[in-house]
Ligand binder design. Structure first.
Ligand code: NI
Length: 225
């Protein structure tokens, strides 16, 4: 007997916070005919060297399409499982311009517009730097496991895109929030963070970075000499 079930967010609890009127996955007919088959999936992450990470991702024609909603749901579950801050669709072998991210308190820089952000799905995002100021800080990437690097990024940006309902997202961000967007949007253009680094001596294994901390202020002064 085929019974189409209507999902009510239980598997995407984290997503509810991003959509006050509903998580964006509600009322999606379950793709399975049994509640015992999971609706969301943890996807395999592409690692540096896979060509999908070097290509330019395609613009999404219809952000409300069921396959985009499913992709976003799977990306969220994958990001949560790996403990990431953000994830771009090429990282799960899908060359489309879709990004999921959240910004938590832990790494905020103290700048006024660097504030926590609920779980967000943004489609066809576009970034516009505000001002020329850049700063260097540490980044990691699920596609470059085990490493971290000091990457210069614009301090302040405006970013725009669409949500899963096709509604506009238009935000100004600073600090870590701005950094996350720049990192994730680079994935859509086939760029990994080491390609943005100005000093590759600051590409380190996480364990060594923890044992031998680098003061980026000093590193910046040295680089400027
Ligand atoms: Ni990344």
């Amino acid at each position: 007997m085929n019974i189409t079930k209507i999902r009510v967010c239980e598997a995407s609890a984290g997503a509810q916070t991003a959509f006050p009127e509903g998580c964006g996955f509600c009322a999606t007919p379950n793709r399975a005919d049994s509640a015992n088959i999971p609706v969301m999936a943890i996807l395999k992450i592409a690692r540096m060297g896979h060509p999908v990470l070097r290509g330019k991702a395609e613009t999404v024609a219809d952000p409300t399409a069921p396959e985009i909603r499913q992709l976003a749901a799977d990306m969220i579950e994958t990001m949560e499982d790996y403990g990431g801050t953000g994830l771009a669709a090429p990282q799960v072998h899908v060359p489309k311009r879709v990004v999921v991210f959240r910004v938590t308190e832990g790494r905020l820089t103290g700048r006024p517009l660097d504030t926590p952000q609920d779980l967000t799905v943004i489609i066809n995002p576009v970034i516009e730097p505000i001002g020329a100021e850049q700063e260097q800080d540490w980044e990691g990437c699920l596609s470059v496991p085990g490493l971290r690097g000091a990457v210069p990024r614009f301090v302040k940006i405006r970013y725009r895109g669409l949500d899963l309902f096709g509604k506009p997202i238009d935000r100004v961000a600073e600090g870590f929030h701005a950094r996350v967007l720049q990192h994730e949007c680079d994935h859509l253009d086939g760029i990994l963070y080491p390609q943005r680094m100005s000093d590759l001596s600051l590409l380190v294994y996480n364990e060594e970075g923890a044992r031998h901390p680098v003061d980026l202020g000093q590193a910046r002064d040295k680089a400027a000499e």
